[in-house]
Design a protein around this ligand. Structure first.
Ligand SMILES: [Zn+2]
Ligand SMILES: [Zn+2]
Length: 250
């Protein structure tokens, strides 16, 4: 399994694209699709027209807005350039309503020459090709359903927290994972609402016994502190601070 970080920042960040990741197993799938990540996807050389599954954690715009540009391009491609595989959009409660509206409202979006499936998930695992995907509800923002994902392929497991506070469900999701990519919005000394800080990320990694911790979804304030050292106070395993276009072999 191969993970490439398309965006390690958040909404508007001076040097990082917002949230987005591409995972390659027997399938190529996206985890979130925030602003700036589509251009980073193109830089990886991965053919965007071969992506058949996009998994969303939630619908704050920093996790989602490049989908609109991506889909407009996919419609054009399917009509005038070449065939495109069907697309499955997966996400938490609200996914059906949101994409139902987008696909029926944006000009031309209902003329795609490929099928679009929309799937809402909560806690039940499912297969994407030979990859087992386990979504799990995590605590992020009141009245907003947010899920983290665990992807298992062969004997390897990768977890992506989505946006999350420290919560027992996230620790369970991360249990024994080879790599955990966690929401490290804030430095431990400058915590904020709805997200983990570096110390929380270290705590989740330690309690779950993960092998490698990747700190991502960094707010600009996090750049001014040594978040790796802060997480390392709790977690003695390997810690990486995510960078756009960083590739990790899981
Ligand atoms: Zn969010
Ligand atoms: Zn976010």
């Amino acid at each position: 399994m191969r993970l490439t970080i398309l965006g390690s920042g958040t909404n508007v960040h001076p040097t990082r694209a917002a949230a987005g990741y591409v995972v390659q197993t027997d399938q190529t799938m996206l985890l979130d699709f925030g602003p700036g990540t589509l251009h980073n996807l193109i830089k990886t050389g991965i053919d965007r027209h071969r992506i058949r599954h996009i998994l969303f954690s939630h619908f704050h715009a920093d996790h989602f807005s490049d989908f609109v540009t991506f889909f407009f391009d996919a419609v054009y491609h399917s009509k005038f350039v070449g065939p495109r595989a069907d697309l499955t959009l997966i996400g938490p409660r609200g996914t059906r309503q949101l994409f139902g509206t987008i696909l029926s409202t944006f000009p031309g979006f209902n003329t795609a020459a490929f099928r679009v499936r929309i799937r809402e998930v909560a806690g039940r695992s499912f297969m994407v090709g030979k990859t087992r995907v386990l979504p799990r509800t995590v605590v992020h923002s009141p009245r907003l359903h947010c899920v983290g994902y665990r992807l298992e392929h062969g004997d390897r497991a990768l977890v992506y927290s989505g946006d999350a506070q420290y919560c027992p469900s996230l620790v369970r999701l991360c249990r024994g994972a080879d790599v955990a990519v966690l929401d490290c919005s804030f430095p431990a000394t400058r915590p904020g609402l709805g997200h983990m800080h570096a110390g929380d990320c270290g705590r989740v990694a330690r309690e779950a016994g993960v092998k490698r911790l990747i700190l991502s979804h960094l707010y600009p304030i996090a750049e001014r502190y040594d978040v790796k050292r802060q997480a390392g106070r709790y977690f003695k395993g390997r810690i990486l601070v995510g960078r756009d276009l960083m590739t990790i072999s899981v």
